[in-house]
Structures are given as C-alpha cells and as structure tokens.
Design a protein around this ligand. Sequence first.
Ligand code: ZN
Length: 386
Amino acid sequence: MNTPVIELPLHGRSCEACGISNLRKVCEWSHVAVTRTRQWLFRNTITICETCGFTFLSPCYAPADLTQYYSDSYARFGGQALDFSPEKRLAFIDSVLASRQRGPVKGVIEVGGNADTAFQRGLGERFGVVSSYEPNAECGSDFADLGQAPESSYDLLVHYFILEHIADVRGFLRECRRLLRGGGVMILEVPDLMLYPHDISALILHEHCNHFTLENLAHLAALEGFELIDSSSTLCSRSFGFAAAFERLPDGAELPGHVVRCFDRNLAALDAGITRVTRFRELVEVTMDSLRCHPEWKVVLWGANDNLVKALPQGQKLSNAILVDSDPRKIHYHQAFRAILPSEALDALREADKLILFTRLHAPAILDWIEHHAGRRFADAVILDY
Ligand SMILES: [Zn+2]
C-alpha cells in the first residue's frame, strides 16, 4: 500500500474521573496501522492518574478522527473462527436479567457489533428485533451515528470491547444513558488491566485509548448516572477481560459515592504487562534478525495483520520471503509484498525453510490446512503473536 501515512493529531486529556491532571506518563510507543484504503500513525502515551489509578492515553486522539479510522478498518473476515464466546455473553445477559425479575425487555440495542454471529442470533431469539449501531462502513448499521438513535427507547444496551477504544469515555456513557429508559441495563465487556501481567493482548493493541479496572469503570459510570449491579470475569467472552452490568439510575437520583484509590495497584499491573510486551518485541527482533542473516532460506510469512507490521514495518523488505493471507482484500496490505492466497502458495510451502505465523488464534487451523493441501507438517513454525 502506497498511500501517505495519516498522522492522527493528539489532544490534551486529563483524568475523566478526577477532572484534574495529576498524571504520570508510563510509556510511549508508535505504530503505523493499515486499513482498507489508508495508513495511520498512532503515537500512544500510556498515562496513569496518580489520584484514582485510571489508565489511559494522554494526549489522546479526537473521537471524530478515530471514527474515520474505524470506518475504513477491516470487518471480520467471513469464515474465520470467532475470537470470543457468544455463549458466555448470552449467559451473562440471562443471569443479569433473571436476577432483576422485571417485566419483558422492550428495545435492545448493540453498539459496535461489527458482525452477524451466534451472539447476535442469540439476542434475536431472546428479544426479537435488535437495533445496532456500527461505525465500520463495511458493516450494516441502523443509524449513521449514535446520536440518531431514539432517546429513552431501550431496556437493554450492550457493547463489547468498545469502551477501551473510546477517547471520550464519559461522553460515550452519557450517550448510552440517553438511549436507555429509566431502570434500563447496560451490559459491557472491556479488557481488564489487572490481567495484563499474564496477557498483553489489550495492552499491545494501538487502538486502545483506555485500560480499565472494574473500580475505575464503576467510578466513571457512576459519574454519568449508572450504578454497577453485577460483574464477572468467568462469564466474560474473552479471557483477558471482564463483563459488567450497570443500571441506568433515574434522572436526579443520588449517585453512589465513589472513592477510588488504585494508583499503586494499577501501576504494578501495568508495569508487569509492559515487561511482557518488551519480551515479545525482543522475540520478534531476534526472529527477524535470524531471517535477515540467512538470505538463502526460503521463508513463508503467514498473516497480513498488525503483528506482521510490528515485525516488518512498512518500507522494510525481506527479499527471501513471501506473504500469505487467506483474505483477498489484504493483497496490498504490506508495501514490500503482494500477499497471495494459501492456494497460490502450495509450492512455496513445500519448499520453505521457515514458516512464520503472525496469528496464534488461527495457527492450528493454518497448520492443519498446510498439512492437508501441501502434504507437509511444520513442527517448527514460529508464532509471532503475543
Ligand atoms: Zn483520576
């Protein structure tokens, strides 16, 4: 892809919970992200509030710029395995609603669904018509923007792994509250900062503007008129997050008082995660160096995604390698390669000295596919994924 890199402008951001800027910068890194038609430079500064411990990007990107970026991003590619458990999402919803013993749920909306999966089908079976808002231009959406969705019209509003992408958390929560009826329920999932010492999936993704703990999230939500009514890690649809349910309090209700002092604990979790990220980057560097030191090796790289760009930034070449991806839209994803489909790579796979997989999730299916179609089992494939 040869489009110019769009540098996302940065804007000052103070702690949305405390309103003051008693902030500590923890780490900085940059990443060039590739979307369907453009490239974007993210310069992330992860910052922690020394008062409450809320962890977020400061400075941060403008919500309108991020909306543009997401509208051009790749929707999930049909046929790929789901990276979350629809059953757990539905089980948490069922459990929260059962515990409330209210009347039938009228009006359900999902924000940022981005797909039609067993989860959306499960919602449909339970609640009938489910509205959706999705900024990705490749996906269907009932509203051009969330502001067009009708006020006080929903008993249940859900969003999964959205809030960590939002540059204005309280503005987004305010919008969710506007859509819900009094007593309505908001159910959401986000990555859990407390799990970063063991899992850096959420820490390493350039798109994340916020790194939540349950305490920090409950605090922010309370400030926008929501009360935490339930939470669960075991019923979260991804292993690195938590699920939480909030009730929309009536207008003028007294908000639950919140004192959140999680700075030391959050900083320790963040630091442990950053140590893990550093180790991953070192593994990537050592692996790529070894490929460059052996120009005689024939190398197959599999996966046109962010991990590939981390290993081989745009502009860098690897002359002894070819790139394979099963998604035909990714043909020009990397400037140095024309990505080819697996079916076009059979000879290269049979002759390859090294196979590098940039995905852990899909690795077993890829290795099985290669064995079945190219007649070769790679026991020593290297997985460069965190
Ligand atoms: Zn704070």
